[in-house]
Design a protein around this ligand. Structure first.
Ligand code: DGL
Length: 276
């Protein structure tokens, strides 16, 4: 759909995730594009997406995108969730008349840039790893490269509870990341937007010699590049963009943890009721 855009550049950017993880992408976007308005939806009533079957995640992603495009009038969609990108990106692009960007391709590009030895890996949810979306993206971008992958069930749940450090996280990380430690990597992609919040623990486990790569910054750069190519930057620059946050779960809890994770821009959230 990228070539057939007839949307209003004054409208906000739309972004979504299963919960708080996409706030890493929101932070990078606000910092890089401070003049843009942003509507962020965290589907906290239905997280985690990782263990759910792909068709269900796809259905959730399409429903959220419908709300953002039709009810909120967003000019672009950023799928700030690897699991939803893996499950739904082609369907979202086919269904909606706005440009749609995911986190997987930008993440792979950042990973390749960060590695000097070519010994690379990715960690993510069970759903993302099982989809092999990262292997497919790597094969298209750098066909000769090889990458190890490792699912980390349980990491997302810690972040959603606001637990980003401590013994429990460390114990789980030690167990799940043992194959990564043994692989002798020089760069590891955090292939779940929640994982940057656990970066300190992950780094303690895999060692300081492994560069941790987050897709957040690279996604924001890709978004900025696409908006500039399509002429979708807000025309009234300089201006200060507004942010709106929406949650399908408890909005007070979303505001409380969200403001700690994102920063001062998150002062409140609206409720959205998903169909199921
Ligand atoms: N932030 C989502 C991702 O990047 C987490 C998915 C989940 O809710 O399990 O995959």
């Amino acid at each position: 759909m990228h070539g057939t855009v007839s949307v209003d550049a004054r409208q906000p950017i739309g972004m979504f995730d299963s919960g708080f993880g996409g706030l890493t992408v929101a932070r990078a976007t606000i910092d890089l594009l401070p003049h843009e308005d942003l509507v962020y939806l965290g589907d906290t009533a239905r997280y985690p997406y990782g263990p759910r079957p792909q068709p269900q995640v796809r259905e959730y992603a399409l429903e959220i995108a419908d709300h953002l495009v039709v009810d909120r009038g967003v000019k672009m969609l950023v799928v700030a969730c690897n699991t939803a990108t893996a499950a739904a990106l082609p369907d979202l692009r086919a269904r909606f008349p706005v440009p749609v960007i995911g986190v997987i391709d930008p993440g792979i590009r950042a990973l390749l840039k960060a590695s000097t030895t070519g010994r690379i890996g990715v960690v993510g949810t069970i759903g993302t790893m099982a989809s092999r979306a990262y292997d497919k993206a790597l094969a298209e971008i750098e066909p000769t490269a090889e990458m190890m992958s490792c699912a980390c069930p349980g990491f997302v749940e810690f972040v959603e509870r606001g637990v980003t450090s401590g013994n429990e996280v460390r114990l789980l990380a030690d167990r799940l990341l043992a194959p990564v430690v043994n692989a002798g990597l020089d760069a590891l992609l955090l292939g779940c937007t929640h994982y940057p919040y656990l970066a300190r623990t992950i780094s303690d486990v895999v060692g300081r010699s492994v560069v941790l790569v987050s897709s957040a910054d690279e996604t924001a750069f890709a978004l900025a590049g696409l908006m500039s190519r399509l002429g979708l930057q807000h025309p009234d620059r300089p201006r200060v963009g507004r942010q709106m946050f929406i949650s399908s779960g408890d909005v007070a809890a979303f505001t409380d943890l969200g403001s700690r994770l994102l920063g001062p821009e998150l002062v409140g959230a609206e409720r959205w009721m998903p169909s199921q």
